[in-house]
Write a protein that binds this ligand. Structure first.
Ligand SMILES: [Zn+2]
Ligand SMILES: [Zn+2]
Length: 183
């Protein structure tokens, strides 16, 4: 039982500067901060989403974290501070591609370097701007989907034509294909 507890409460170290992370609570959410080093913040799972809008608590301001040491090698893949042997995936916070986020593919925890959360909060100052950006992505996806749908319907019509090859008169089949090409 003691070993389980010590596992859960195992101290995490900063994936950037290897200093011990200190546990903090902001708005009822536990976060781990590199107080002694680079001021990066670790969020379990997607908890940073509770702080990425301006109307939500400002974690960096509340904790008064300020970068003391600039992250040394942010271009390298970071080890997850929780899983230790798992490399985190790096991706952009939004289509604006301003802020990179490191996310663990195993525990879904997220590491943000000092200032990144503030930058994310500034990307979309209003709910409307966030929605507009989401719509933009959605419409791009929709175009791709339509492309696929179109291909699929052509194939389906071809299959349909093949299926009735022996029943439909040739003229009927031809008109079916022409209608499809026009639509
Ligand atoms: Zn650090
Ligand atoms: Zn992890």
């Amino acid at each position: 039982m003691g070993s389980t507890l010590s596992f859960v409460e195992a101290e995490m170290t900063c994936p950037v500067c290897s200093k011990a992370l200190s546990p903090h609570k902001v708005g009822g959410v536990a976060v781990d901060v590199c107080d002694a080093g680079c001021a990066g913040i670790w969020f379990d799972q997607f908890e940073f989403r509770k702080f990425d809008e301006q109307k939500e608590p400002d974690v960096e301001k509340t904790l008064k974290v300020a970068a003391r040491v600039r992250p040394s090698s942010t271009s390298d893949q970071l080890d997850c501070p929780k899983c230790t042997t798992i490399k985190m995936m790096r991706y952009f916070s939004s289509t604006k591609r301003k802020v990179t986020i490191d996310e663990c593919p195993s525990c879904a925890g997220v590491w943000l370097d000092a200032g990144e959360l503030t930058a994310i909060r500034q990307e979309f100052p209003t709910e409307e701007s966030r929605k507009a950006a989401a719509d933009e992505v959605y419409s791009e996806l929709f175009d791709v989907k339509m492309e696929l749908e179109r291909d699929k319907s052509v194939r389906e019509v071809e299959n349909f034509g093949r299926m009735f090859r022996f029943i439909l008169p040739r003229v009927g089949l031809l008109r079916l294909q022409l209608d499809c090409g026009r639509g």
